[in-house]
Design a protein around this ligand. Structure first.
Ligand code: ZN
Ligand code: ZN
Length: 407
């Protein structure tokens, strides 16, 4: 497939220019794949992607981008800007790159392939800079797995003036559209009172009892939840010794729903479950929600171009991904026209957030997908940079089909 990337004639329009993009990405192939492997071998969790952000920033700078690192308020966010050789008067297209890993698992979501393909797309677009007007904005976007880094980058103004936002996510299938769930992280802390667990347990107030009551309540609640909802969590602190009544326990939950309005119902109910568990164990509770991700505002104008560009390389789109997680790219989709396409980097079935998916993300098949994704992101950007009417159509869809306020 790698050879065929340069041998294949890209989709019209602008097939000649798209060919040059594919050639430039192929020429930088070693550099792009080396980045993918380095990030894979050095996994860093959300907000701590210092090494990955530095590597990404250095690489886009080397290819002519004016780089800010950090960009905005996040230490591990990166912005690189490049003006077209035909002038700055044209569309402003953002190419996004995620690079955070999962605690205890590493790159089980394959974000090393997103970082390297995003940089690869930026390289491809820089190589044909003479042929377009406008601006390419490369954005290194931290903290997708926890904390919704892109929501913070939106607050920081990093999407202001952007006409479209593009990225790719690895999968075991090809889906131009996904249906991410509205989601938040919830930190739950129960505070009680320590005492000797044998000599005088009656003097303590047991924070672990409250935590167990909460997990039991959540388990029972699931049967009453609509199928589009998810609630799941882990215990991060469960006490310190068996002979001490635990005075502090801490859990990390996530609540999710495909229905933004119903999500608020869930949130209120979850809060009551926490309060009831605290009441039952005679302890105090502190509940903190953070990192909100929304449902997605699909842009079919952009999706159509992605699918057409992919078909030229034999990518058969499988429509909407039936499996739903959450992503902060959905937040971006309410600010500017955006897509979140997935490309297969391994065989079906390889579930995300697994050791199998992590290991697949550094194999030759994933490397091929990195180069393909870089090519398709860059070619879709070429469609937009070369045709301001397409940008207009994407915005018309954005405004028209979704005349309601963002959630
Ligand atoms: Zn991911
Ligand atoms: Zn993930």
């Amino acid at each position: 497939m790698i050879e065929s990337l340069v041998a294949t004639r890209p989709a019209e329009p602008f097939a000649e220019l798209k060919s040059r993009v594919a050639e430039a990405i192929e020429a930088a192939r070693d550099e792009i794949l080396d980045l993918s492997h380095r990030i894979h071998a050095n996994p860093e969790p959300a907000f701590e992607e210092h090494q990955a952000a530095t590597w990404v920033a250095e690489m886009v700078a080397r290819h002519g981008y004016a780089v800010e690192h950090p960009a905005g308020s996040l230490a591990t966010a990166v912005r690189g800007r490049l003006t077209g050789g035909l002038g700055s008067d044209g569309p402003r297209i953002a190419v996004l790159a995620e690079y955070d890993a999962l605690p205890g698992l590493g790159h089980g979501c394959g974000h090393n392939t997103m970082a390297s393909s995003g940089v690869g797309a930026a390289i491809g677009l820089a190589a044909v800079r003479d042929a377009w007007a406008g601006e390419v904005v490369f954005l290194g976007t931290p903290a997708e797995e926890r904390g919704s880094g892109k929501a913070i980058m939106i607050e920081d103004g990093l999407f202001e003036g952007v006409d479209a936002a593009l990225l790719f996510h690895p999968c075991d299938r090809n889906h131009v559209e996904i249906a991410p769930l509205a989601s938040e992280d919830v930190s739950v802390v129960f505070n009680g009172l320590q005492s000797h667990a044998s000599a005088e347990p009656w003097s303590g107030r047991n924070a672990l009892d409250a935590m167990i009551a909460l997990f039991v309540s959540v388990g029972l609640w699931r049967q009453q939840l609509p199928p589009h909802c998810r609630v799941h969590g882990i215990i991060q602190e469960g006490g310190t010794a068996a002979n001490i009544i635990p005075d502090r326990t801490r859990a990390w939950f996530m609540l999710r729903s495909a229905d933004q309005a119903y999500y608020e119902v869930m949130k209120a109910r979850f809060r009551r479950l926490c309060e009831a568990a605290a009441e039952a164990a005679d302890v105090e509770v502190a509940i903190e929600f953070s990192g909100g991700a929304s449902t997605m505002n699909h842009n079919r104008t952009l999706a159509g171009r992605w699918v057409a560009n992919g078909e030229a390389y034999g990518v058969a789109d499988e429509g909407m991904d039936p499996n739903s997680g959450s992503t902060d790219m959905a937040n971006v989709s309410w600010v500017v026209p955006a897509i979140h396409p997935e490309l297969a980097m391994t065989d079906v079935p390889t579930p995300g957030h697994s050791i199998e998916f992590r290991d697949a993300a550094a194999r030759p098949r994933a490397d091929q997908t990195v180069l393909l994704a870089a090519t398709l992101v860059a070619q879709t950007a070429i469609d937009l940079l070369s045709d301001p009417d397409l940008v207009k159509a994407a915005w018309q869809e954005f405004r028209g089909a979704h005349g309601v306020a963002a959630p």
